[in-house]
Design a protein around this ligand. Structure first.
Ligand code: AMP
Length: 406
């Protein structure tokens, strides 16, 4: 197979996976809009430049002023204090974390997959430009690669790879004609030429514990991991599907009731990023924002006004709309103009404050397709970023007590 997106038998397929996801997205949009209407957050259409804002507390209950502030009883992460000094909230937090870890150890990636799903796999002989069109048409942001010459899995194509092509173009604008001819199998050379990370090749067997899939993603900083099995008859590799950090955390939020025990506020947990934040302004050239994404290996850059108020967030996936159709001219736009290219069904910006707790954040993940939460204060000033990888890292790797056990 050469120039086509592959939907054939090497990697096994079924039909509705991404439709399910697309439905999730639609629901997320609905929830976001409802929350804006009911919760008093500012809203507006994506094209007006004012995105919807949704916060976990707006789902559940008013802000509580429990005595857990720094210097009070809850000033440390579970396990960092003597167990005799632990409060009920500390103990419950640990119990909740233990329950999630135990669950992830006994479930596999197969358990996360819907009964019926669609998987789109790209042949490595596909043109980069065509692959981009197919992603847009199918409403997806990544695809496993298949080398049909060797009948092997060839890594995962993600938005980072398109960002690398953008960077290559930016450094070699005269090479546009050549860039148009790039096939997916030449991406590694492009990536080597600009000295960045090459295509993600990490994968996992779908029957391995989910815990291991999470660990592998955290170690490689991958936000999704392909599931690769071996066909019993042919002994050849077979791409089964892929799982994302979002899917796993949603699976946890739906199935582990102990997520409701995670009642310590973010301000008492070392979870998320609060310093050296990469930020931009509406007038910042979008190429500068893209350079920030690459330099820090992050997936979003909050867009602030001159007072530090969060106006929007530029996400790595937003680059797809920017280079749609192989038109690289839009890379000269400002961040504001680039954000106007977002599709109308953009679900909104998810926010939280340092008073929010993981129980409500897991509720948000259960209800909506969240990729990160921007941490703000009451005046919408930027305080930090809480990404799904931060939540996963805390859930798996925070200490559970004096014995240091996990
Ligand atoms: P992500 O790219 O969302 O998976 O995040 C990877 C890590 O980078 C996480 O620890 C985030 O908290 C952190 N991070 C995400 N966005 C930013 C940003 N704009 N500035 C600094 N750190 C960030």
């Amino acid at each position: 197979m050469s120039d086509e997106a592959m939907t054939a038998d090497g990697p096994q397929l079924a039909e509705h996976y991404h439709q399910d996801i697309a439905q999730d997205d639609a629901k997320a949009g609905e929830v976001a809009r409802k929350q804006v209407a009911g919760g008093g957050h500012e809203g507006g259409s994506p094209s007006s430049g004012a995105p919807h804002f949704v916060a976990p507390l707006s789902y559940l209950r008013p802000v509580q002023t429990r005595a857990l502030s720094a210097g009070g009883s809850g000033g440390s992460r579970p396990g960092t204090r003597d167990s005799k000094q632990m409060t009920v909230v500390d103990r419950e937090q640990i119990e909740g974390l233990r329950a999630i870890r135990a669950f992830l150890n006994v479930r596999t990636s197969y358990d996360v997959l819907p009964l019926s799903y669609r998987l789109i796999v790209f042949d490595t002989a596909l043109l980069v430009k065509k692959s981009l069109n197919i992603l847009i048409q199918c409403g997806i942001v990544s695809a496993p690669l298949w080398d049909s010459k060797t009948s092997t899995f060839a890594g995962l194509l993600t938005v980072s790879d398109y960002i690398n092509v953008i960077q290559y173009y930016w450094q070699n604008p005269d090479a546009l004609a050549q860039i148009d001819q790039f096939k997916l199998n030449s991406l590694r050379e492009v990536e080597r030429a600009i000295g960045v990370n090459t295509i993600e090749t990490v994968s996992i067997h779908p029957l391995r514990p989910l815990y291991e899939a999470c660990t592998r993603m955290l170690q490689s900083r991958a936000r999704r991991i392909p599931l690769v099995d071996v066909d019993d008859e042919t002994q050849r590799e077979m791409v089964v599907s892929l799982v994302t950090q979002y899917r796993i955390l949603k699976f946890v939020s739906v199935n582990v009731k102990e997520t409701q025990m995670l009642k310590k506020p973010l301000r008492d947990l070392h979870v998320g990023s609060y310093s050296n934040l990469a930020i931009a302004h509406m007038e910042t050239p979008v190429m500068d924002v893209i350079h920030m994404l690459v330099k820090k290996n992050i997936s979003c850059v909050p867009i602030l006004d001159s007072q530090g108020t969060v106006l929007n967030v530029f996400e790595a996936v937003d680059v797809i709309a920017l280079i749609k159709g192989g038109d690289y001219e839009k890379l000269n736009l400002s961040a504001a103009k680039a954000l106007e290219l977002r599709s109308e069904d953009f679900p909104g910006i998810y926010t939280c404050t340092i008073n929010d707790r993981l129980d409500t954040i897991f509720d948000t993940i259960r209800k909506s397709r969240v990729h990160r939460l921007v941490i703000i204060d009451e005046a919408k000033q930027l305080k930090g970023v809480l990404s799904l990888s931060d939540i996963l890292d805390y859930t798996l790797n925070s200490s559970l007590g004096d014995d240091g056990s996990q």
